[in-house]
Design a protein around this ligand. Structure first.
Ligand code: SF4
Length: 423
């Protein structure tokens, strides 16, 4: 979501004649688009700001902080870094063009806009700086009403609001017309999508999937409590909806899930996983986990480990719990010992690695359709993804980037598959 917001800000500024530069020394305007899901991002922001302080003494620079940290910290950023010129929250970043132009004319003034605007729809931003033409990200809804006890998002992104179905479909058509073959539909909880006419997320997915020329549709993120049969049946009925479900459980213990205010039990979560598996179609299932949530006992942690064992995720994102200021958990629960959290995180990640190794071994010899995304990290091969979101590395020409090719899996590691193009 933050990445897309950055593309929108860059697009708005470029449409007004500003240029992006990779060379910091050449820049006159610095904009930090921030995330505060984890503590590290905030620390990083202030360390970057500190570096600019001296530079700003030597010449006129405009410095702005946008996004989630701006939203929750607001004025406090100016107290700590008074040389910052503007602060725009998550629901005002689209004003960036006017703000920058105003401050160039009125250098020295400060602007802080962190109002949660009350419009029922997210702003329709058309100027988006695109880096890849074959793959696009499209916002469908923003905000969250779930208030998981550890999470800062409802405070940084506000209440849920959705774009009109017709605007989303139009945007996707525009991208497909200029060469996009994969679309990622984004929202804090896509299953809460609601068009004012009453269309829900499966309806939207179904409409988008009818767009001619669109080869792949992905979406993120689904809240387990809202994942239902209607959604699964749309996914199964359309070839171009990727068979990958990101369904974050966070914990496998009912006691911890209750404290987290996740609004589902382990049993209900597993029922949804079984529903997906019973389809008989190969799905990639991924999830997010928080270990060391306050009061998490050894038996709670073992329940999480057993969930991993039962589901057999193709990949996971796992983190140690870190208290986010202002959340229910931060105000009401005592944080756990760091060493225990770290030990549990390592245990969980090592176990998941074993699971992935086993799952990947079983894929050797299979043939997958892979969308080529880039040159791999090591620079020797191409890197792409199957519709299940498995990462595959293989030899091939750079001209294949943005195309779908058939790849036979020949080798594997815990994280990636290796293969050979089938012509
Ligand atoms: S569903 Fe929970 S974890 Fe996800 S954004 Fe909303 S409050 Fe945060």
């Amino acid at each position: 979501m933050n990445f897309l917001d950055s593309e929108k800000m860059a697009g708005i500024l470029e449409s007004r004649g500003f240029l992006m530069s990779k060379d910091e020394k050449k820049c006159d305007i610095f904009i930090f688009n921030t995330c505060s899901v984890r503590e590290k991002a905030e620390e990083k922001l202030f360390s970057y700001l500190g570096r600019l302080k001296k530079r700003k003494r030597d010449r006129n620079l405009l410095i702005g902080v946008c996004g989630c940290v701006a939203q929750v910290e607001g004025n406090r950023i100016l107290k700590r870094a008074p040389y910052v010129d503007f602060i725009l929250g998550t629901r005002s970043f689209h004003k960036i063009g006017d703000v920058v132009e105003y401050l160039i004319e009125n250098y020295g003034e400060k602007i802080i806009d962190i109002e949660m605007d009350s419009s029922p729809y997210p702003p329709e931003v058309k100027e988006i700086k695109r880096n890849e033409l074959f793959r696009e990200y499209v916002l469908i809804m923003e905000g969250c009403n779930n208030f998981c006890s550890y999470c800062i998002v409802p405070y940084t992104r506000g209440r849920e609001r959705s774009r009109r179905l017709i605007n989303i479909v139009d945007e996707v058509k525009r991208y497909v017309n200029v060469g996009a073959i994969e679309i990622n539909l984004l929202g804090q909880n896509v299953n809460s999508y609601r068009d004012p006419e009453g269309y829900d997320f499966p309806d939207l997915l179904s409409e988008v999937s009818k767009i001619e020329g669109l080869k792949r549709i992905r979406f993120t993120t689904s809240h387990p409590k809202d994942f239902n049969e209607k959604l699964l049946s749309v996914i199964l009925s359309r070839k171009n909806i990727c068979k990958h479900i990101h369904l974050p459980p966070q914990s496998g213990s009912n006691r911890v899930l209750k404290l987290m205010n996740r609004k589902y039990t382990r049993e209900e979560y597993l029922e949804k996983i079984n529903m997906i598996k019973k389809s008989g179609i190969e799905f990639g299932i991924s999830g997010d986990f928080i270990v060391g949530f306050p009061t998490e006992r050894e038996d709670d942690f073992n329940e999480t480990m057993s969930l991993l064992d039962k589901v057999k995720y193709s990949s996971i994102f796992s983190f140690k719990y870190s208290p986010r200021k202002g959340t229910y958990a931060e105000k009401n629960f005592k944080d756990m010992d760091e060493d225990i959290k770290l030990k549990r995180l390592m245990t969980l990640q090592n176990f998941q690695k074993e699971i992935q190794l086993k799952l990947n071994r079983e894929k050797v010899g299979k043939i997958y359709e892979v969308l080529v995304e880039s040159i791999s990290k090591k620079g020797e091969t191409l890197m792409g993804r199957t519709e299940q979101n498995y990462i595959v590395n293989f030899k091939g020409d750079e001209s294949l980037i943005g195309k779908i090719v058939s790849v036979k899996i020949t080798d594997y590691s815990a994280q990636t598959l290796k293969g050979k193009i089938i012509y």
